[in-house]
Design a protein around this ligand. Structure first.
Ligand code: CMP
Length: 138
């Protein structure tokens, strides 16, 4: 089925000038860019986006990290793009993410309190709908 997903280039990806490389990989895979925005999220937006992680030990460092600089939000479309982008991104921990993936090729452990792992991708159709509404409203 044709789906849409939310991809975020996180502050580390933007700061390291990897936005173009990440978008290149998405387009090279055959997915389509539908919308793009650079956003400086506030705490309220991040609290909604990361509601499921509230209370976890990495929650506060994660929010602080996401407040540390601009984020690029991408609305991306394609057949099975939700799982397809997560395959392009690689697993959460960039140290062990497979080479060939975005996180595996460009990420590592920087010794910080939170995984700086370059990108976010929605994990289900329900999350995608909720997150796209959040990041592309207003
Ligand atoms: P993401 O999957 O986009 O959304 C949750 C984020 O929390 C994840 O990326 C990482 O940046 C971070 N994260 C998840 N699990 C951990 C963990 N165990 N320790 C530190 N950070 C984490």
């Amino acid at each position: 089925d044709v789906e849409e997903t939310l991809v975020l280039v996180k502050p580390d990806g933007v700061a390291r000038n990897l936005t173009g490389e990440i978008l290149r990989r998405i387009e090279a895979k055959g997915y389509s860019l539908v919308d793009i925005r650079m956003i400086e999220p506030d705490r309220a937006l991040l609290a909604e986006h990361y509601a499921e992680h509230e209370g976890k030990p990495f929650y506060e460092p994660l929010v602080e990290f996401m407040l540390s600089g601009p984020v690029v939000a991408l609305r991306v479309a394609g057949n099975r793009v939700i799982e397809g982008f997560r395959a392009l991104a690689g697993t959460t921990d960039p140290t062990t993410a497979a080479p060939g993936t975005i996180r595996g090729d460009f990420g590592r452990d920087w010794g910080l309190a939170v995984q700086q792992n370059l990108v976010h991708g929605s994990d289900s159709p329900e999350s995608a709908a909720r997150e796209l509404a959040l990041w592309f409203s207003a």
